[in-house]
Design a protein around this ligand. Sequence first.
Ligand code: PNS
Length: 187
Amino acid sequence: MTDSHAPRTALYPGSFDPVTLGHEDIARRTLKVADRVIVAVAHSSSQSREAAFPVEDRLDMLREVFADEPRITCVSFEGLLVDYARREGAAFVVRGLRAVSDFEYEFQMAQMNREMCPDMEFIFLMPDAHLSFLSASLVREVARLGGSVDPFVSPPVLRRLTARFGRGPAAGNTGAPAAGGTAGDTG
Ligand code: PNS
């Protein structure tokens, strides 16, 4: 039996390269089932080799985006997610599930994590339907190719994307090629 008065901490891990409105939606929704959310940028993930932003920049963006919400803390972590979740006393790990196509990757990760940490729970939340097509990799690609990503990210993220990739083809878009969509980019 758990102490019903103990604050429940949820851990929301990911690459957040960069944080999109879809990620924001999931983090804020998580506050409906947890007292506090730790949004945690993984130092190493399937995305890290092709990352557009260093972990420190991703963290800065997250902190700006969630500056209005004291119940959301943004951190980075190294090593295994389950070890970090245990250290932080997380009641559960949360991930966004946009479509059936996300399920296989998420299921595989959750099962592996459960093998390593049988007492940790993994919950999946759906973003609002109008965000269900959104991924950080698509945002990176559209920004890199000069498209407008205003509707998909918050202003602090838009500023960084503009600094990184320029604004529109006329701005002389010389950013290094960003990664295409991958199964692992579930935000
Ligand atoms: O946003 P992403 O890239 O889909 O997030 C993937 C992430 C960061 C959740 C995953 O790569 C991860 O948990 N990395 C931490 C290292 C770890 O525990 N790996 C084993 C996962 S089964």
